[in-house]
Write a protein that binds this ligand. Structure first.
Ligand code: XMP
Length: 518
């Protein structure tokens, strides 16, 4: 059975995938396609039940601004324009957009009801005349065509919600897909209801589609999968294993940057529990010698990414006929590593499983989780029958402890860090906090400070503790431990780990910080 499909036309917004994610949460199947490809797609017997135009970094005032093909407005299906999507819809349908010098809005904003008695606004403006939304615009619509009506306005966006009720075209200046528009999902749900889209998609369907796609892509070739023991690579491996069985070989590389006892645990799980084809390699010397003397975070990531690929390529050659390298890349890794549509989104970090890859590689990548967010991967993992304790593991980044050791990496520092991290995590588990926290870890700082222990002077490293709550890793808040917990943990670490004499707790949210320190 084929589900109804909603087409999301991407104009390069950083949050386009959040639209898709919200639709999946509402059990709707959707596909995102870049605006340049829409003509090809629509002629290929692809008939969406509705279209959503995403936001984007360009200005519709520029002559060369990205546009969807005109035909979409003649297909007789509901269309929702979001932010840039609203403005381009207006420009193409006879409205006007002006540059917002002095009238831009970024972040939290409130919009006022003008007229909310329409199906699209069911559940909005119920308790009062105001709704909180998240805006991110410089330009704004200044005139709407005759057949459009205004339903809500803000101080700097007089046409915050507009619509043509005959054609079921709706357009909003804000972003209903982000969590900072608390009631945003209701709006998307109303739109889907107007479009009569069936709400019957689920992770089981995702699993089936992904398996078919993998089989079609891979054919009779062999695949190697980079297994780190984290949730993402586990789900990737098990999904691909289900698709192609023993055409898959998994490779686990101990690069000397793993946590305490990590390698033993991971190898046991995959060989005893899953019986995957697993090659476990000890490449500590290779990685640590190449990282010697390197303290720049981007350089560290690039070196690690390249070495991983070298190792995988070497083993691919040995296995013979390996065409693909599978990785557990998730959507937040992609968005923070690449610029979309040549737009101005910047590279925050070169995630090793995305931007850190060398340009020339003999294998093609397969990334079956590339469109998903972490919590969705966990749902897929459950669907695949992966045990809860594995699915619930905190994320661990590809570059491992290298990015939790700012400055030069040494074996001495890594050993100190491993011990401190293990005590910290044990404390969190003992206090039953592990599942309440998205990710917790220790960082060893490249600073020594003076202390006093047993009447003697010490001069040792500072250890920072980090724990954050998050839904998808895109934004995060520090976890509010009690002072008792922090005090007890600090004492335990200092008493048991020689080389550390001071502990600090990181209370930065993301943004402005990132979760990892590098
Ligand atoms: P940041 O530090 O960018 O991290 O706020 C967001 C989430 O991504 C993880 N992370 C990585 N995962 N390769 C990965 O597989 C990487 O290079 C990488 N860098 C960060 C990080 O641990 C957090 O969960």
């Amino acid at each position: 059975m084929k589900n109804d499909v909603v087409l999301i036309i991407d104009f390069g917004s950083q949050v386009t995938q959040l639209i898709a994610r919200r639709l999946r949460e509402l059990n709707v199947y959707c596909e995102i396609h870049p605006f340049q490809k829409i003509n090809d797609i629509l002629t290929n017997k692809f008939s969406p039940k509705a279209i959503i135009l995403s936001g984007g970094p360009a200005s519709v005032i520029d002559d060369n601004s990205p546009k969807p093909p005109k035909i979409i407005f003649e297909m007789g299906i509901p269309i929702l324009g979001i932010c840039y999507g609203q403005q381009i819809m207006m420009k193409m349908l006879g409205g006007k957009v002006i540059s917002g010098s002095g009238t831009s809005e970024f972040g939290k904003s409130f919009i006022k009801k003008v007229d909310a008695k329409i199906e699209f606004l069911e559940g909005w403006f119920e308790d009062n005349n105001v709704e909180q939304v998240w805006m991110s615009h410089g330009d704004h619509v200044s005139e709407i065509p005759n057949n459009f009506k205004v339903f809500a306005k803000s101080e700097n966006a007089p046409f915050s919600i507009i619509g043509n009720l005959d054609k079921n075209f709706y357009a909003v200046q804000f972003h209903p897909e982000v969590i900072h528009t608390p009631n945003g999902k209701t709006l998307l749900k109303n739109f889907l209801k107007i479009a009569k889209v069936s709400l019957d998609w689920n992770m089981k369907a995702y699993r089936e589609e992904a398996i078919l796609k993998i089989r079609k892509t891979v054919g009779n070739n062999k695949v190697i999968c980079a297994l780190s023991g984290g949730v993402d690579s586990s789900v990737t491996a098990i999904l691909i294993n289900e698709a192609i069985g023993d055409q898959l070989t998994c490779i686990y590389v101990d690069n000397g940057l793993m946590r305490d006892k990590e390698s033993e645990e991971v190898i046991a799980l995959y060989t005893n529990h899953y019986k995957l084809n697993l090659i476990a390699l000890n490449e500590q010397e290779l990685f640590l010698s190449n990282l010697k003397g390197i303290s720049d975070p981007e350089q560290k990531r690039k070196i690690i990414g390249k070495l991983f690929i070298d190792v995988f390529q070497k083993h691919a050659l040995k296995l013979g006929n390996v065409k693909y390298l599978a990785q557990g890349t998730l959507y937040p890794d992609v968005i923070e590593s690449v610029s979309f549509s040549g737009g101005p989104s910047v590279t925050i970090k070169s995630h090793h499983n995305v931007g850190g890859l060398p340009e020339k590689m003999d294998m093609k990548l397969i990334e079956p989780l590339r469109e998903l967010f972490k919590d969705e991967v966990r749902i897929l993992g459950k669907e695949l029958g992966i045990p809860d304790e594995f699915i619930g593991r905190h994320p661990f980044p590809g570059p491992g402890l290298a990015i939790r050791c700012p400055g030069e990496i040494t074996i001495e520092k890594l050993e100190i860090l491993r011990k401190a991290d293990a005590i910290y995590i044990e404390q969190i588990k003992k206090h039953d906090l592990y599942d309440k926290i998205w990710q917790a870890f220790a960082v060893i700082l490249p600073v020594k400070t003076v202390g006093v222990m047993g009447d003697a002077r010490t001069y040792d490293y500072v250890c920072a503790l980090r724990a954050v709550t998050s839904i998808d890793g895109m934004t995060a808040d520090y976890y509010p431990f009690t002072h008792e917990f922090l005090g007890e943990t600090a004492t335990k670490i200092i008493n048991n780990v020689s080389g550390i004499n001071r502990i600090t707790y990181d209370i930065t949210s993301k943004p402005p910080g990132t979760i990892e320190w590098e």
